[in-house]
Design a protein around this ligand. Structure first.
Ligand SMILES: CCC[C@H]1O[C@@H](n2cnc3c(N)ncnc32)[C@H](O)[C@@H]1O
Length: 483
């Protein structure tokens, strides 16, 4: 494996760049020096990382939706609506599924069909096909900073075009946009693709242009134990900083138990800084993002607003820098702009009402923080051992060994041997540990809480609990109690 966490050599970057910019015609419009100059002319108010840093300093939790449609004018209209009617603090551009698979010819067909039928025939904005100048039209007609959100294992061309196009934030990573999103893409390959992306961001940074990077925290978004998603987030943060990324937003997907979620969002930046410093990195600024519930939603819109509000409350009480907002159409599909805007306004009402409140440190909250810390360190330390000190090599070997294992992930590079289940208070615990490198004491902590739930429900802990938990929120509950 010739993978390394060392910064990519300029010659290697240049070699790949030739190939990347020729993957689609619009790659020809990318001129790095010109793009740097373009960014330097953008107002500071449009820079994602700067606004995040201000929010972190002010103890503010910002709200950001997801949104993307096929055609440029309609996408701009959508984003302006979310900025104006939705009061969004940050905007997205969610990229369509064809582009995420580098299938630009089919994305083009989607654009042509959308023009023909007068509505979006893609589930996102095909930024590669639209190209640099189209991206710049978006940035120039919007007030707040805009981020590229997608799910792309090979995101090199998409990064070149959107960053040259004035976007100042880019979501994803070589693990978090592979394991939950692909089946056959090797982890070694996707990590290398994303080292290119992070090196490109590092080159912008070296020219004085801040580009924010946000690994995708929730992963499969289905009962992922906090320590598993934290380990991936910290590793992707390390891989990014190693390539020169400085503005880092680490994420976590809401699980639903308030104390566990607050403990998770509070420990994440501390664990990241601990391991970045341990590996000798000091030049970075970490903020956090909390994703409102990523699993199945209730169809009933009033209940959906309840789930959205609960996610907003956990984000505010955890003092996350940013919360990613869901809409009341979540159970149905791509939301209308009105529903999307309503989800943001609901979220902001809660954020505003809770911004002057915080959770007191209790024994329970301290215990949740302690357990997440111990578990995450156990995974990260074993990963570093497997990589003989190299976190990139360690990550590949940790997945091979099941040291990192993401529940319900489609990738064949993921072991899929662990099983999560909620305890009686709805906190996500581990029912089957697979090869997670946890001590007997940690395992007993999980077993005891799941056993207690079994006694409460009069049933043995089993896979049925996991299934019940997966459907519970969609059915209006948190814990999947037996009927
Ligand atoms: C990992 C992201 C899943 C979430 O991402 C939302 N999502 C996906 N594509 C779009 C889009 N084009 N517009 C608005 N939301 C979108 C889904 O609803 C889901 O919540």
């Amino acid at each position: 494996m010739d993978l390394t966490n060392r910064m990519m050599e300029p010659e290697e970057f240049a070699r790949q760049r030739q190939e990347v910019l020729n993957q689609w015609a619009t790659g020809r419009d990318v001129d790095f020096e010109e793009a740097v100059a373009y960014h330097k002319n953008l107002p500071r108010s449009k820079n994602f990382g700067y606004k995040l840093a201000e929010g972190k300093a002010g103890g503010i939790t910002f709200a950001q939706p997801r949104a993307g449609v096929a055609l440029l004018n309609e996408h701009l209209e959508l984003l302006r609506f979310l900025e104006e009617e939705g009061e969004a603090d940050f905007l997205p551009t969610t990229i369509d599924s064809y582009t995420r698979q580098n299938r630009y010819a089919e994305a083009q067909t989607g654009i042509d069909e959308s023009r023909l039928v007068g509505r979006s025939m893609l589930n996102g904005f095909p930024a590669v096909n639209h190209g640099v100048s189209a991206c710049r039209q978006l940035i120039e007609h919007l007030k707040v900073p805009v981020q590229v959100r997608h799910g792309t294992p090979d995101a090199r061309l998409l990064a070149e075009i959107t960053l040259a196009g004035g976007f100042t934030a880019y979501e994803g990573g070589g693990i978090s946009y592979n394991i939950p999103y692909a089946k056959e893409v090797s982890l070694e390959k996707s990590i290398k693709y994303w080292q290119y992306v992070d090196r490109l961001v590092g080159m912008y940074e070296e020219k004085g242009v801040s580009i924010n990077r946000e690994p995708f925290g929730p992963l499969t978004g289905t009962l992922v134990p906090p320590s598993v998603s934290h380990a991936v987030a910290v590793i992707e943060g390390i891989l990014a900083v190693a390539q020169g990324v400085r503005s880092l937003t680490l994420g976590y997907g809401q699980c639903g138990n308030l104390l566990q979620d607050v403990a998770a969002i509070r420990t994440l930046p501390l664990l990241a800084a601990e391991y970045l410093n341990k590996l000798g990195y000091t030049d970075f600024d970490i903020t956090t993002v909390f994703h409102q519930w990523m699993g199945g939603f209730p169809q009933d819109e009033a209940k959906a607003y309840g789930v959205i509000s609960w996610g907003a409350a956990a984000a505010a009480l955890g003092k996350a820098t940013k919360v990613i907002v869901k809409s009341p159409h979540e159970a149905l599909g791509i939301p209308t702009k009105e529903a999307n805007a309503a989800g943001i306004r609901t979220t902001k009402q809660i954020l505003n009402m809770l911004k002057d409140q915080s959770l007191p440190m209790t024994e329970e909250l301290a215990l949740e923080e302690k357990m997440i810390g111990e578990e995450t360190r156990a995974i990260l330390d074993r990963t570093l051992d497997l990589g003989e000190g190299d976190m990139a090599v360690g990550a590949v070997r940790a997945f091979q060994a099941g040291v990192i294992d993401v529940p319900f992930a489609p990738s064949r590079y993921n072991g899929g041997r662990i099983l999560p289940a909620r305890d009686s208070q709805g906190a996500v615990r581990v029912l089957d540990f697979g090869n997670l490198p946890f001590s007997e004491e940690i395992k007993e902590f999980h077993r005891e809480r799941i056993a207690r739930r079994g006694r409460d429900e009069g049933r043995e802990p089993s896979f049925q609990m996991v299934i019940d938990d997966i459907y519970a929120i969609g059915k209006g509950m948190l814990v999947g109690r037996p009927r």
